[in-house]
Design a binder for this molecule. Structure first.
Ligand SMILES: Nc1ncnc2c1ncn2[C@@H]1O[C@H](COP(=O)(O)OP(=O)(O)OP(=O)(O)O)[C@@H](O)[C@H]1O
Length: 356
């Protein structure tokens, strides 16, 4: 039975070092929930608190209505998959998957078919009699996932499970993980520092920094409406332009953007994603100069100098003969609906209504 997870005011210290000062979040039953943030922000620490491998210095961890703070890890009914596959090298694929079942109350006749079901689901049934050393990294990670799922855990915890795989396999495996999670419907907490992976795989994402949650939301909300400058910079790429806010309006390269925070006056930082710039023939718009181009196949990145000498990055779909050479004058407009405006210190998004 999959469970909902409710974390209230979690506190984690190593000695005098406070790693997580006061963290609260709710994960829904069956949800694919990702902890995303830079190295050292406390993602693994929080995951290990959920698993029971880390002590909890304060707060409450609930699985459904039960407090699990003092519950032994072995009693939490958790499946885990780590970065290094952690499968037993001296056991066959099938014996690895059966391993977790041997310590539970199953009779021998049940164990084989249960393992087979997950070997088939993970598409490794044909390798069932092989030793792990004769499998690719992706196949080994499938074994680890089958072994984690076969015990019918209440929660699946994954810590950077794809980081040892090459780029192509990572894409394949993240799709496989997503499909299996949907099929099995198990509450999943996934740790990664890769924002693209987080967006591709998650129902919701918690962006963390320095042991604190910056924002929780769907991939779309987090990408389009980052609550502060840290999230805007961490998710995707963005251009930040300084501007003045007067009478609740900001002049962004000749376009007016209204803010919702009616008390704010002064300087602001405007965040514009590279794909929200349009190149136009309209000479009444902003005149700018292409300084550099990077062709990346599907897209081309242009580095363009604005009249104030700031260089912005603009991404356009590549077409066979539309490469704009450095030195070319271009005219720019922006899609104002997608623009975000932050306070000068970057702490608050002024175009969205804030709860606090
Ligand atoms: N056993 C430990 N003793 C002392 N400090 C620790 C211990 N484990 C982690 N830390 C510290 O806690 C902080 C958070 O570490 P954590 O591993 O949770 O970060 P992370 O976000 O998962 O980073 P990464 O993506 O690099 O794995 C870091 O500053 C780390 O040095």
């Amino acid at each position: 039975m999959s469970v909902a997870i409710d974390i209230k005011n979690a506190l984690k210290k190593y000695g005098d070092n406070v790693i997580i000062p006061d963290l609260s979040l709710k994960i829904k039953d069956g949800e694919f929930f990702t902890l995303l943030g830079p190295s050292g922000c406390g993602k693994t620490t929080l995951l290990r608190m959920i698993a029971g491998f880390n002590t909890i210095e304060g707060g409450e961890f609930h699985f459904d209505e039960n407090i699990i703070n003092d519950l032994d890890p072995s009693k939490r009914n958790i499946g885990m998959v780590f970065q290094n596959y952690a499968i037993f090298p001296h056991l066959t694929v099938r014996a690895n998957v059966e391993f977790g079942l041997n310590n539970r109350d199953y009779n021998k006749k049940e164990i084989g078919p249960m393992a087979d079901k997950f070997l088939k689901l993970m598409q490794i049934y044909e390798y069932r009699d092989r030793m792990p050393e004769n499998l690719s990294g992706g196949q080994q990670q499938r074994v680890a996932l089958a072994r984690a799922l076969v015990i019918a855990p209440d929660v699946l915890l994954m810590d950077e499970p794809l980081s040892n795989l090459d780029a192509k396999l990572r894409l394949e495996m993240r799709q496989a993980i997503r499909d299996i999670q949907k099929e099995v419907g198990i509450t999943t907490v996934y740790v990664t520092h890769d924002q693209e992976e987080a967006m591709a795989i998650s129902d919701r994402i918690a962006v963390m920094n320095l042991g604190e949650i910056q924002q929780i939301g769907t991939p779309q909300t987090i990408y389009h409406r980052p609550v502060n400058e840290f999230v805007a910079n961490f998710i995707g790429r963005t251009n930040l332009i300084l501007a003045d806010c007067e009478e609740n309006e900001v002049d962004v390269l000749g376009h007016k953007v209204r803010i919702k925070d009616l008390d704010y006056k002064g300087k602001v930082k405007v965040s514009i994603r590279p794909e929200e710039f349009m190149l136009t023939d309209d000479k009444t718009t902003i005149k700018a100069v292409v300084k550099d181009t990077v062709f990346l196949g599907l897209n081309t990145h242009y580095f363009i100098e604005l009249p104030n000498k700031q260089i912005v990055e603009v991404i356009k779909e590549s077409m066979i003969d539309n490469m704009i050479e450095p030195g070319t004058e271009v005219y720019l407009t922006i899609n104002t609906e997608k623009v975000n405006v932050y306070t000068e210190d970057g702490s608050k998004n002024l175009v969205i209504a804030h709860e606090n």
